[in-house]
Design a protein around this ligand. Structure first.
Ligand code: UDP
Length: 399
């Protein structure tokens, strides 16, 4: 009997101790109603809305040492605004997105233009009727342009891949030459796979424009934040209800936090500790160089499809029309994401979509966790689409 009482006593004390420990740990967890992982465009839009519209506190956890994600820019020692993670020319037809961002920035009127290096020298890119004149002999160019405009109509656009499959031999021949000169090797380098394995929607991002206008985009609203993207992002975050913790990996702090809602704009595989495997991404290396001359190249962007490794050179001073006797250029080299570089592009392949879906089936079991953004949704969003998606999610969750 005495022995039984002793055991009951020990068990009781252990239970009390365990409860005490659990309660203590629980109590030490920091509570914030809303946690956002990632201070890129998507995360910042969400934070801004929650703080400014709901009046709720937000904690942003950011692994890098700066806000803005891949739209981050900075002024270098020559006063040139450098887009650290490659060219981000803003363009949208979405008036709501444009109006929303315009609360936080004025816009420098910039319409993106590019050139591409070919066997015939620099030509206009994306391809338009001028490019055809530059690349083909006069007779072929005239015939090609006539057939294109007769069939599809002046002012229309068409994907090079569709044109390669056209029944008209001349259209097919022209398209094949355009593909070899401008698309094939660029695509192989960019995606690290055969061009035929790349989803057609990717190449269709840069269609053939049946116009004479040299414009990368045809969207109604175009520009670059007048003080740069970082300044715009900082304004969006300028609310005492928003706290940003830089240099912080979500996985190092997740056990110390308590929240009602978690908005995760990182990669879903990392969230679930890669339990079903890694979601692949393409990454980029940028070689940023200064040249002791006023201009290095004739446009902000020159594509180098047939160079051995490089895809693009970007001369940053064009973007905000900054004046300087020297110039800063970044050279872009695609590579696989390897865990040490940054994730840039989700890879649109059926097997990757299937893996992502498996993670999202897990996510459905967590009703207060929301995945969004280019990484969280594993979608090749443009900036305006990322903003629209964050706004849409915000409305879904809070309205
Ligand atoms: N592309 C190409 N040649 C070029 C530029 C683009 O073949 O000179 C293809 C390539 O497959 C690329 C896709 O078109 O991945 C989309 O290009 P975009 O300029 O939209 O890419 P981003 O700016 O998102 O890197």
């Amino acid at each position: 009997m005495i022995r039984n009482n002793k055991i009951i006593g020990i068990l009781f004390c252990s239970a009390v101790l365990l409860f005490g420990i659990c309660y203590g740990v629980q109590k030490r967890r920091e509570y914030v109603p809303n946690v956002i992982v990632g201070a890129g465009l998507s995360g910042v839009v969400m934070a801004e809305r929650i703080a400014n519209e709901q009046g709720q506190k937000v904690l942003i956890i950011e692994r890098r040492n700066h806000v803005g994600g891949n739209v981050y820019d900075y002024k270098d020692e020559n006063g040139i605004t450098v887009q650290k993670y490659g060219i981000h020319a803003f363009h949208t037809n979405n008036e709501d997105v444009w109006k929303y961002l315009s609360q936080y920035t004025e816009w420098h009127d910039y319409k993106h233009q590019a050139l591409a290096e070919t066997s015939k020298g620099l030509v206009n890119f994306p391809v338009n009727l001028n490019t055809i004149d530059q690349l083909f002999d006069v007779e072929f160019a005239q015939d090609f342009i006539k057939r294109l405009t007769d069939k599809f109509g002046f002012g229309q656009k068409i994907s090079v891949s569709d044109l390669q499959n056209d029944a008209d031999n001349v259209l097919q021949k022209g398209a094949n030459i355009l593909f070899e000169e401008l698309f094939k090797n660029y695509t192989i380098k960019q995606w690290g796979m055969k061009s035929e394995d790349v989803d057609p929607s990717v190449i269709a991002r840069v269609p053939i424009y049946l116009t004479r206008e040299d414009a990368y985009f045809t969207d109604k609203y175009q520009g670059i934040p007048a003080q740069g993207y970082t300044a715009m992002i900082k304004k969006m975050l300028d609310n005492p209800l928003i706290e940003v913790r830089l240099n912080t990996d979500w996985r190092d702090v997740r056990d110390n936090l308590k929240y009602d809602k978690l908005f995760f704009s990182g990669s879903a595989d990392a969230f679930f500790d890669y339990k079903f495997g890694k979601l692949p991404y393409r990454s980029l290396t940028f070689e940023i160089k200064e040249f002791p001359k006023e201009y290095y190249q004739p446009r902000a962007q020159v594509n180098h499809g047939n160079a051995p490794r490089m895809t693009r050179s970007i001369e940053h001073k064009y973007l905000l029309d900054e004046k300087s006797p020297v110039t800063t250029v970044s050279f872009e080299y695609p590579e696989a994401y390897n865990g040490k570089n940054e994730r840039y592009y989700p890879i649109n392949r059926p097997e990757n979509a299937a893996l992502y879906k498996k993670y999202m089936q897990e996510a459905e079991k967590l009703p207060n966790v929301y995945f969004f953004g280019r990484l969280g949704d594993y979608k090749y969003y443009n900036m305006d689409q990322a903003v629209a998606r964050a706004l849409e999610l915000y409305h879904k969750v809070f309205k």
